[in-house]
Design a protein around this ligand. Structure first.
Ligand code: SAM
Length: 266
């Protein structure tokens, strides 16, 4: 994805930390306009890097919390005069960060944003599910191919297990695409910016989330198999017909609502 030993601002870019820094001021402005940070928001940025988003966002809010794993970048941020005193830096792995903490301290749901490290972007959005009741909204730059999956609809080639699980928990809005030349170093893939909002009342109402996960996983394990085969351990053809689900369809044709119906009837 990157040239070896790419150096930016005197820093050896760490490929294993998904480091691609935003350099396009128009994109940065668009992102900030969309996030619309308000003074009293409890705002957390993932992976501030050199502060491309951190610096402008910090001008709008009382406090901005940022989580950065790379100690070299943490040092850079601490020494950077442009980073104001209202930015609180955590040198930590975001995948072990307790996001409840701020919501409980401030008695408010948190807002999260970031140009995500692409190597962990999918694990990260899944990690956030456990904090869903503490999150107001999230704004992420991610690989376009991942965003295509997140917003996909039944019948589309991108519709997959991740789509169903994520759409069960969240409303996901595609905002805009970003070309690779907006970053340094340029990734070989395009990126998209998305807004993700936890569903306040889950419209789908699954009785047992483990069963739901199991059904979705089984159905997509062999996505070209008809449901009569992929779900044969759970449902007979008659069961599917009674649920008004055509047994000859495949996982990729079944809506999130139908997956919920299946799991609730196990
Ligand atoms: N926000 C900056 C920008 O847009 O220019 C940098 C974005 S860069 C794609 C991802 C950032 O996340 C890097 O600064 C990287 O060091 C940091 N990072 C990578 N893995 C991380 C992790 N597990 N926890 C916290 N930060 C991480």
């Amino acid at each position: 994805m990157f040239m070896n030993n790419f150096i930016y601002k005197g820093h050896i870019v760490k490929k294993y930390l998904g480091q691609c820094f935003l350099i396009d001021n128009k994109v940065i402005k668009n992102i900030i306009d969309i996030i619309n940070p308000l003074y009293d928001d409890v705002l957390i940025e993932i992976g501030p890097g050199f502060g491309a988003l951190t610096i402008p966002v910090s001008n709008f809010v009382r406090k901005l919390f940022v989580i950065e794993l790379d100690k070299d970048l943490v040092l850079y941020l601490c020494n950077n005069k442009l980073i104001s005193s209202n930015v609180v830096i955590f040198k930590q792995n975001v995948m072990s960060f307790n996001f409840c903490y701020f919501s409980l301290i401030y008695n408010k749901n948190i807002r999260i944003f970031g140009n995500l490290p692409y190597n962990i972007s999918v694990s990260l959005i899944i990690y956030f599910i456990r904090y869903i009741n503490h999150i107001k909204d999230m704004y992420f730059m991610m690989q376009k191919e991942v965003v295509d999956k997140l917003i996909s609809l039944p019948g589309n080639k991108n519709y997959c297990r991740l789509t169903v699980i994520m759409q069960y928990y969240y409303e996901i809005f595609f905002l805009f695409n970003v070309y690779s030349k907006s970053f340094i170093p340029s990734p070989r893939i395009d990126s998209s910016f998305v807004k993700i909002i936890p569903r306040s009342k889950n419209i789908y109402k699954v009785n047992n989330i483990k069963l739901f996960n199991l059904i979705v996983k089984s159905a997509f394990m062999f996505r070209r198999k008809m449901l009569r085969n992929s779900l044969s351990n759970f449902f007979t053809v008659n069961d599917l017909i009674k649920l008004n689900i055509n047994p000859d369809l495949r996982a990729e044709n079944i809506s999130v609502y139908d997956f919920c119906k299946l799991s609730n009837n196990l």
